[in-house]
Design a protein around this ligand. Structure first.
Ligand code: ADP
Ligand code: ZN
Length: 521
């Protein structure tokens, strides 16, 4: 480990390892396989870069992202490391030269795409030289269950047989339990040591507001001007049109703001990336096309002018802020219009009904997070299966608790109704039962004869919807795995039903309430 410490200081200029890095690096240097789960910005790269430099031979890094390879190789080269990439962008002569360096071992780290690595020519080349390790980045790509499935990743299991003495480390930022097991089986990592870092990004402050009176842009400007007058940041918008408009508007305010979306030429986009990385204080206004492969450590804020499509997306996108560990802001303002738009896109989009149902549930969970009156970080982490016992003290709700009212009885009614109807229905069905609104389905199931039928008549439908979203966001109710939209009670619901716990519901903001109030003559 002493050598690793030296490499960290001399090559990378850092004083100490972060959370899980030391353990992972130690295991790999000792020749063990490893599985590393770390959030974006957690510092996965060092986990294979350092052992590649400490162990004899070349470290082979498998990555699906060509842009990322190029960035990393450039950064490593600047730090004095012999690094290169082998992919389709090389011409014949460059390729020959690289192969020669590989054969004589004149290289520390080689980045390669999975397709390229799996070619017999490459495998033979590597068999004849000393290898420090294989790092398999974005390892969740082996999973059919995940959203990034790449069939060639499955063939990487042959590395275990062809290179039995070379340690392999798989890395990913997104892996639920099921994906994790798939990685282990598919990559033959049964003996790998597992390292799972917390997904918490304590330096990011979360702020989410509902636009009521003031327009979103005006609010955005107040935020940027007050807190990030000279900082680099990213502003996400839903449409290309609003990207262009918002960028122009920010330029009008005197900031350097560049638009980025898939409708722009590749050259223009490359130029935006380049300037964002090299110049200081640039704001990139983008659709979500901007993201994969940005490695700028000092992005001080990520702002959303619209709703992201899920909590996963929100976490990924906000995760681009503050990768250097210094304080950063994740700021979101949304309106009801976004919700309508996103729902429409889901309905009109491709995919089976079950798939669409999952998308709707994910969106509902995000709305729940937005409306939550309690700690955002606790809810965010709980969504990823991580419990944090204390409120964080670094989100809007912790810093300025919103107005709430005791919703314990409402919550109990909602949970009872979900339970009595057999935990087989979604929120809208259960709300009909609560409101005592019968329909054919309810009659067929004889749910109009239940004691819970009509017990929620005193409360309006909008409030009920809010209660269900908040119950889901705080983990009392969970969607089923099959995606049929039914809500089930979790373990957490018990103490609330027994009255051992209180449940606060967020009141609509003052502005919304004033708007909603009927005008009196
Ligand atoms: P990931 O691949 O997990 O998203 P990176 O490997 O790109 O994250 O690291 C994120 C940022 O954190 C980079 O700017 C990196 O240089 C920095 N970093 C990583 N490890 C350390 C460390 N031990 N000390 C300081 N900075 C670090
Ligand atoms: Zn908090």
């Amino acid at each position: 480990m002493e050598r690793a410490q030296h490499v960290l200081a001399d090559v990378f200029g850092y004083r100490q390892f972060r959370s899980q890095q030391a353990g992972i690096i130690e295991a790999v240097i000792a020749g063990n396989d490893a599985l590393a789960l770390m959030p974006t910005g957690g510092g996965k790269s060092l986990c294979y870069q350092v052992p590649s430099l400490v162990r004899p031979g070349i470290g082979i890094v498998v990555s699906p992202l060509i842009a990322l390879m190029q960035d990393q190789v450039e950064a490593l080269t600047q730090a004095g490391v012999d690094a290169a990439f082998l992919n389709s962008t090389l011409d014949y002569r460059e390729q020959m030269e690289l192969e020669r360096r590989i054969a004589i071992g004149a290289l520390d780290i080689l980045y390669v795409s999975p397709e390229r690595l799996l070619q017999e020519r490459t495998l033979n080349l590597l068999s004849d030289t000393t290898l420090a390790l294989f790092a398999i980045d974005e390892a969740h790509c082996v999973s059919q269950w995940g959203h990034d499935f790449r069939p060639e990743y499955r063939q990487l299991k042959l590395l275990a047989e062809r290179f039995p003495n070379v340690p392999r480390i798989a890395l990913t930022a997104t892996a639920d339990e099921r994906t994790r097991e798939e990685i282990v089986t598919e990559l033959r990592l049964e003996n790998a040591r597992r390292f799972i870092a917390s997904f918490d990004r304590p330096n990011i402050r979360y702020t989410i507001s509902n636009m009521a009176s003031m327009g979103a842009r005006e609010r955005l400007w107040r935020f940027i001007d007050a807190e990030h007058a000279e900082d680099a940041g990213i502003v996400y918008c839903l449409s290309r049109k609003s990207v262009d408009e918002t960028a122009a508007w920010l330029r009008g305010k005197g900031r350097t703001a560049l638009a980025y979306h898939a409708g722009l030429d590749a050259d223009v986009r490359r130029d935006v990336l380049e300037r964002f990385r090299k110049e200081s204080g640039i704001i990139v206004v983008a659709t979500i096309a901007f993201g994969m492969g940005i490695d700028k450590p000092d992005v001080r804020f990520v702002a959303h002018l619209n709703l992201p499509k899920s909590i996963e997306a929100y976490y990924q996108e906000t995760g681009r802020a503050g990768r250097d560990g210094e304080p950063a802001n994740a700021w979101l303002a949304y309106g009801i219009q976004d919700l309508i738009q996103l729902r429409q896109w889901i309905t009109q989009g491709e995919g089976s009904d079950a798939y669409k149902q999952v998308q709707r549930q994910k969106l509902a969970a995000l709305i729940g997070l937005c409306e939550l009156p309690s700690c955002r970080r606790q809810a965010l982490l709980s969504y990823f299966g991580e419990r944090q016992s204390q409120p964080c003290g670094n989100c809007d709700n912790c810093l300025e608790p919103p107005e709430t009212t005791d919703g314990t009885v409402l919550a109990q009614k909602a949970l009872s109704a979900a339970y009595r109807t057999g935990q087989r229905f979604g929120a809208s069905y259960i709300i009909d039962v609560l409101l005592g609104r019968s329909n054919e389905r309810i009659e067929r199931a004889e749910h109009d004869k239940l004691p819970v039928f009509g017990i929620g008549k005193d409360t309006d439908e909008t409030t009920w919807k809010g209660v269900f979203r908040q119950l889901t966001a705080s983990g009392y109710l969970a969607g089923d795995d099959e995606g049929y939209g039914s809500l089930q009670l979790t373990e957490q619901a018990r103490p609330l039903l027994r009255g051992e716990e209180k449940f606060a519901v967020r009141l609509p903001s003052k502005e919304t309430r004033q708007k909603a109030k009927p005008k009196r003559a």
